[in-house]
Design a protein around this ligand. Structure first.
Ligand code: ZN
Length: 327
């Protein structure tokens, strides 16, 4: 279930669905598709290969506040199969704020985190998840949930050593059998396979180096780290099956990146957390980024060279247009 995380700064309404509905109404999405196809024709004839395209649409909140939403989708090299609604992901709304503060059921905190993970997967440099307890000796689901929602090699997870052992053990077990883990005696045997299998299987698939184990901590937070700031969800929630039904607290905050490091990373004495030199979106420097954008009710497209981060592309886009508007 999608949890809406973008709020109108004027009236407080959630905007996610308003922004998405505005983009995917038939008239507008068909204009975006037409521009996608002319971009496709150009690229097939002469251009480089692009993998992603940003879609920016103007929309108005029910209260009259106006903004531009940013969505990302794969660039499909097939004129009959462009910009499918279900593959368009909302990743930013200019000027919106995030209203997460209070008590929520654990399963709702999972939904909130899924929406932030989607945003952070594309826009941040690193996602840092800190939770002492992840899954248990009888469940695998919370590890599976976490790793499915995080972009590989973009995350670091800080957890207690036994949680990492659960991941290894359960992962191996999962390869062996589909039946319910806790009821199968073979489950115990996996205990003995951990070291043998982990070196072969874990490292390439699960970015095992990115799971940092520390004893004796009880802190929990989830953070997307951008080039100059960090977005943080503080929450008492552990990805742990029985916490899904309990009330937990959660709150959103933003800190400058250095201050985040000082307050949230240094206390662990962890020095392994580095910004990856490139990410899935940044592998090549000479390939352009596709933009299809609405500006003053007119939809246009362009191929944009980008140097590194998607977040910077958006900031540059917005600053360019804000400068135009103020002139
Ligand atoms: Zn509003």
């Amino acid at each position: 279930m999608m949890y809406e995380i973008y709020n109108c700064p004027t009236c407080g309404r959630t905007l996610d669905q308003i922004a998405i509905n505005n983009l995917i109404n038939d008239l507008k999405i068909n204009e975006f598709r037409a521009l996608h196809n002319s971009m496709l024709n150009y690229l097939l004839a002469s251009g480089p290969t692009i993998h992603w395209v940003l879609l920016l649409n103007e929309f108005t909140c029910d209260c009259g506040w106006e903004s531009t939403a940013s969505h990302i989708t794969r660039f499909i090299y097939d004129p009959d199969d462009t910009i499918e609604k279900e593959y368009v992901k909302l990743i930013h709304i200019y000027g919106a704020w995030h209203d997460v503060n209070g008590l929520y059921k654990g399963e709702n905190i999972k939904n909130i985190l899924e929406s932030f993970f989607l945003r952070w997967n594309y826009l941040s440099d690193i996602i840092l998840c800190c939770a002492p307890f992840i899954s248990s000796e009888n469940t695998y689901g919370e590890w599976e949930w976490l790793t499915q929602n995080l972009m590989p090699f973009k995350y670091y997870i800080i957890t207690r050593p036994q949680s990492k052992e659960f991941l290894k053990r359960l992962l191996i077990f999962k390869l062996k059998s589909d039946i319910e883990i806790s009821k199968d005696p073979a489950f115990l045997e996996t205990l003995f396979d951990v070291d043998k299998f982990s070196q072969r299987i874990m490292s390439p698939i699960w970015a095992e180096d990115h799971i940092i184990t520390i004893d004796y901590f009880h802190a929990k937070f989830y953070a997307g780290i951008f080039q100059d700031h960090a977005e943080i969800i503080h929450s008492s929630y552990n990805p742990y099956y029985w916490e899904n039904r309990q009330l937990e607290n959660a709150a959103f905050t933003i800190l400058p990146k250095n201050e985040f490091a000082y307050r949230f990373v240094f206390p662990f004495s962890v020095d392994e957390i580095k910004v990856p030199p490139d990410s899935v979106l940044e592998q090549t420097t000479d390939v352009g980024c596709g933009l299809i954008f609405e500006y003053k009710n007119e939809i246009q497209s362009r191929l944009w060279k980008y140097q590194n981060r998607l977040w910077e592309i958006l900031l540059r886009y917005y600053s360019e247009f804000l400068n135009k508007s103020s002139k």
